[in-house]
Ligand binder design. Structure first.
Ligand code: HEM
Length: 377
């Protein structure tokens, strides 16, 4: 996102229209750390599935923190810093990157460093709001505060199972804040802003209360459902999906993510206290894999060229990991519902394969090895 960008410019960007990029060498270390955190998180995930993958204890214990505050914290904060064009804004991605390395090597203060990253991110968002008083930016700022609070609670020893809604609030609000700004192009009625604010407030308040009282997860779940319904009605993805090429690909990934956001909301309402291992898995990954990773798959083709200056020509090959991710997640949740360990294990391991395949397609695109698709009219 760009602080001074017009809605039209941002819509172009969301639709995949890009200027020719120049590789930004200075930002490469962030990419290296983010990829390391992602790979460490995935390695830990395979071990958490019970597979014999000889993962170090640090990555097994830190899977959740590595994926959310580590990998996603670094890339989201970096994108914000690049948009803001202020040196001080790089404090958040720098701290998130140091904290990620700390988690990977088992540094005792790693969670406090991530918490400092969350604080820096919240301050950056507050500054952005000072520059441009828009509801979307305020929403992202609240997401930043949720990141900080979740990391502080983790560092103080609160079990991560109590913090799932708070970590989700960080990621969901940061992402939907951006979508809110782009939705201006569909001319939503004035009352829709009130509905959006109410839904986002339910997510945050439910998530904060759930740290002490897990049944409040129900309120956060209703908030997720309301946000999914809001995006279902007013997001521009419903218009752009009728176009072709990269524009349609991005819209398909967004819409699939919104379906999973609704599924997550329903899960949170039905099993807020996650009574079984399967319920816990579904409660977390409907939102974190179904919604959050789908958003990453959607936005990467736009964000990477803008942030790192690496051209990523679109090819239909990008659909392969996207489809694999959603089908394998559906199978994973079916395994959770049926309580079938082998279905759950195989499907969740396929989630990991989908992410690795997405990485491989990205590298192939960057190296010009794929048949590019031209921008649709
Ligand atoms: C891509 C494939 C993924 C796989 C195979 C996977 C696997 C797992 C497993 C097996 C667990 C333990 C579940 C349980 O105890 O019932 C877990 C927990 C968790 N996962 Fe994932 N995960 C994946 C992606 C993600 C992503 C993308 C995020 C965040 C953005 C995430 C965040 C978490 C969190 C916060 C926990 C709770 C950690 C804990 O209780 O220690 N996961 N994951």
């Amino acid at each position: 996102m760009t602080v001074a960008a017009t809605p039209a410019a941002r819509a172009d960007r969301a639709a995949g229209v890009r200027a020719a990029p120049r590789f930004a060498r200075g930002r490469a270390p962030f990419l290296v750390v983010a990829v390391a955190a992602l790979l460490g998180g995935l390695w830990g995930a395979l071990a958490r599935l019970g597979l014999d993958v000889a993962a170090p204890a640090t990555v097994i214990a830190s899977h959740g923190a590595l994926m959310s505050m580590g990998f996603l914290g670094t890339v989201i904060a970096l994108e914000r810093a690049v948009a803001l064009k202020r040196r001080a804004a790089y404090a958040a991605p720098t701290l998130a990157a140091i904290g990620s390395v700390g988690l990977l090597v088992g540094l005792p203060f790693a969670l406090w460093i991530l918490a400092a990253g969350g604080l820096a991110f919240a301050i950056t968002s507050a500054y952005m709001w000072h520059v441009r008083r828009e509801a979307g930016i305020a929403t992202m700022g609240v997401g930043g505060a949720a990141w900080m609070l979740a990391s502080v609670c983790l560092a103080l020893g609160v079990p991560i199972s109590r913090l799932i809604p708070l970590v989700a609030a960080f990621l969901v609000l940061t992402i939907v804040g951006e979508r809110l700004e782009l939705s201006a192009l569909t001319h939503p009625p004035a009352w829709s802003r009130v509905a959006f604010t109410g839904a986002a407030a339910l997510v945050v308040v439910g998530a904060v209360v759930a740290v002490h009282w897990p049944p409040a997860t129900v309120a956060a779940g209703i908030g997720l459902l309301a946000l999914a319904a809001w995006l279902g009605v007013w997001d521009i993805a419903w218009r752009t999906v009728r176009r072709g090429g990269v524009t349609r690909y991005i819209a398909v990934a967004l819409i699939a993510g919104y379906v999973w956001l609704a599924a997550g909301g329903i899960t949170w309402v039905l099993v807020p206290d996650a009574p079984t291992m399967f319920a816990y898995d579904a409660l977390i990954h409907t939102v974190f894999v179904g919604f959050v990773l789908s958003m990453i798959f959607a936005h990467e083709l736009v964000i990477v060229p803008a942030v790192l200056g690496i051209a990523l020509p679109f090819s239909r090959a990008f659909y392969a990991p996207l489809v694999l991710l959603h089908l394998s997640l559906a199978a994973r949740i079916a395994g959770d519902v049926l309580g079938d360990v082998s279905v759950w294990q195989a499907a969740a391991a396929t989630n990991v394969i989908a992410v690795l395949l997405f990485g491989a397609v990205t590298v192939a695109s960057a190296r010009g090895l794929l048949q590019p698709r031209t921008q649709p009219t």
